[in-house]
Design a protein around this ligand. Structure first.
Ligand SMILES: [Zn+2]
Length: 320
């Protein structure tokens, strides 16, 4: 499972073309959950077969991609266009082997999205109806899944079909359910504490719902031995993060999510979240409580877990 592209919110855009949607419902929770499937794979296949039939060169292929498909996790800017074109060129030779997956579209996701969302709702004790639009799209094999709000402030999760993203659907649905229950924003502007907390909650939710796998399958391995390297640099990572917990400076958010933090490792906020929320659960917090915390409570809770004197006493033992 390749998870290098998780939550690339900065590369977010909605270059979407409206498509027919199909609604999946699931009962069995205290409140109903619905997943609207927004499957872009057919549009991609139209583009792919047309480009093949024409034996299109790079420029023509790009033209066809824009007119027939036009969905990529990039900003809606000229720079985003350039990135999308580069991603297409890099991914193009790999699509042939991935066609059996791509042809299944959203049907390739397992467990079924409605069941996965219902599991998250149950874990969080959802007492209000939850809804998410799941955009099944064909990406560039980097496993780039993300959740955000659309122009109508409705939550959506975008999940690629061309690669197996494992527990990422559960992880992303946890972000959506958490945001709905706690009235948190799914936008990019957020504090470091918020980032740490929501990622920790999502990784721990995936662990609880899909138990018995190596820790790195929940946290993701963003580069070789990412989790082990973070473990080895734990104090340095946490000490570097601590003074910035209340900051929502976009450069800092970038540094600790997409970039490299104090220990020179990428996505250090994700590692801190795995630890901090793990500690909260170990100390008796429940998923329904955690999933309802507002930003002030999140900041206080993350501060408490990562505060230096407290940190020194902890062994951050594993929770299961
Ligand atoms: Zn996440």
């Amino acid at each position: 499972m390749h998870l290098a592209g998780w939550h690339a919110m900065t590369r977010l855009c909605l270059l979407g073309i409206p498509v027919l949607s199909l609604v999946q419902c699931h009962s069995g929770t205290t409140a109903p959950v619905t997943v609207t499937i927004d499957d872009r794979s057919k549009k991609f296949l139209d583009f792919y077969s047309r480009a093949q039939a024409e034996n299109a060169g790079e420029a023509r292929r790009w033209e066809l991609w824009k007119s027939l498909y036009h969905f990529a996790a990039v900003p809606p800017t000229p720079e985003g266009d350039r990135m999308a074109r580069e991603m297409l060129n890099q991914a193009w030779p790999k699509y042939a082997a991935a066609l059996p997956r791509i042809r299944q579209g959203a049907g390739v996701f397992s467990p079924a999205p409605s069941a996965a969302f219902a599991d998250v709702a149950r874990l969080f004790g959802a007492d209000v109806p939850l809804h998410v639009r799941l955009i099944a799209y064909v990406g560039d094999f980097d496993g780039n899944a993300y959740s955000a709000e659309d122009e109508k402030a409705q939550p959506f999760t975008a999940l690629p079909v061309e690669v197996d993203t494992g527990f990422v659907m559960t992880h992303e649905f946890a972000h959506v359910a958490n945001a709905e229950l706690a009235h948190l924003s799914l936008g990019w502007r957020r504090t470091i504490a918020h980032t740490i907390f929501v990622e920790g909650l999502a990784t721990r939710a995936a662990q609880r719902l899909h138990p018995g796998r190596p820790d790195s399958s929940y946290t993701g391995e963003f580069s070789k031995d990412w989790l082990a390297r973070c473990e080895g640099m734990r104090e340095r990572i946490l000490a570097d993060l601590e003074p910035h917990l209340a900051s929502d400076d976009p450069d800092l958010v970038m540094r600790y999510t997409m970039g490299k933090g104090g220990a020179g490792i990428e996505r250090e906020a994700y590692y801190a979240g795995w630890l901090a929320v793990g500690e909260m659960l170990t100390n008796g917090a429940t998923f329904p409580q955690l999933a309802r915390m507002d930003d002030a409570a999140i900041l206080a809770a993350v501060r408490k877990e990562l505060h230096a004197p407290e940190r020194a006493k902890k062994d951050f033992r594993e929770v299961r």
